[in-house]
Design a binder for this molecule. Structure first.
Ligand SMILES: Cc1cc2nc3c(=O)[nH]c(=O)nc-3n(C[C@H](O)[C@H](O)[C@H](O)COP(=O)(O)OP(=O)(O)OC[C@H]3O[C@@H](n4cnc5c(N)ncnc54)[C@H](O)[C@@H]3O)c2cc1C
Length: 286
């Protein structure tokens, strides 16, 4: 069906040698849930498919030097079942639980989700609230650290060079005294839906109920997902109630429209974003 050579390297060194020589003609293949669709649609043509899905270096989830490390070839199902992800990045686990259906989750990877640079990538808002660093490697240059924001130059535009491979992500774990962490998304339907809007947040309240720590990121509404510090700054130090959450939701809608301009979809998105924000944050005050 496709005129393409399939290569499965034995180790990361072999994979890096391959992309060093033939990077521009090569597509890295992890789960293939985006790549195969793009190839079928004819929007992606490559001489070589380099399958990195079984490289053991890219498949680990561990705590190292106090940070949560997740391999690029870790599947969405593995995020769902990981005790470490549940403990240190619960919003990411919740996003994984809501991701596609079981068949896709079993092969789709976190690395593929990030490198595809879809504005709707479900893992990206949770990675943003954990200040995730993307660890990238090439030969002979060696390692490079990129932020999640830097990976996407725009929708579906990955800024990585063709000789570079993402090996893993390094996340700041949820601090032990941060009890609230959540992810929400809206799709066209309840199951198997690509997000039309997604959000992730983490927050801590003090004994006087004021918010002393907050991280918030929005996905699918802007060309690339990002943290909205306006919302974080508005809520920081305040004692939240439902009224304040609606006010923050309204500010979020305004911030989104500043980035996107007022498109026809704003009629739907403006109220939806406020409602989803309140749904995301409500457990914090209950
Ligand atoms: C039915 C269906 C439902 C879906 N539902 C969702 C959903 O709910 N939420 C969601 O976010 N997405 C969804 N997707 C999209 C897709 O499953 C995800 O984006 C997935 O995470 C991609 O991972 P993959 O391993 O399949 O990537 P692949 O298709 O293998 O690769 C995607 C891109 O990343 C590059 N790449 C992969 N690994 C690396 C690496 N280590 N280093 C550098 N580049 C790399 C590839 O070259 C390619 O450009 C869905 C897709 C389908 C078909």
């Amino acid at each position: 069906m496709f005129n393409v050579d399939y290569i499965r390297p034995q180790d990361l060194g072999e994979a890096l040698d391959f992309v060093k020589e033939r990077g521009p003609d090569t597509t890295i293949l992890a789960g293939g849930t985006d790549v195969m669709i793009d190839m079928r649609a004819g929007t992606l043509q490559s001489k070589y498919l380099l399958d990195i899905s079984r490289l053991s270096d890219l498949r680990e989830i561990k705590i190292k030097d106090g940070e949560l490390t997740i391999g690029a070839a870790v599947t969405i199902s593995e995020l769902c079942s990981s005790e470490l992800v549940g403990r240190y990045a619960p919003a990411l686990q919740k996003a994984a639980d809501r991701f596609a259906g079981r068949q896709v989750r079993n092969i789709a990877t976190i690395g593929g989700n990030v490198a595809h640079c879809s504005p709707c990538g479900d893992t990206i808002p949770p990675l943003l609230i954990h200040d995730a660093k993307v660890m990238v490697v090439a030969k002979p240059q060696g390692r490079r650290v990129v932020t999640i924001e830097e990976i996407a130059g725009g929708p579906y535009h990955c800024t990585l060079r063709p000789d570079e491979i993402i090996t893993h992500f390094v996340l700041k774990p949820k601090p032990g005294d941060v009890e609230f962490s959540n992810f929400q998304k809206i799709g066209r339907r309840k199951e198997l839906a690509i997000a039309r809007m997604s959000m992730a947040a983490m927050a801590r309240r003090e004994s006087d109920k004021s918010i002393s720590f907050i991280r918030f990121a929005l996905g699918a509404c802007t060309p690339t997902p990002h943290r909205f510090r306006e919302i974080e700054n508005m809520l920081l130090g305040k004692v939240p109630d439902e009224n304040l959450l609606w006010q923050a939701g309204r500010l979020l809608a305004e911030c989104m429209l500043e980035v996107t301009g007022r498109r026809p979809s704003a009629v739907y998105k403006e109220p939806a974003i406020q409602g989803l924000f309140v749904r995301l944050m409500l457990p914090l005050i209950q």
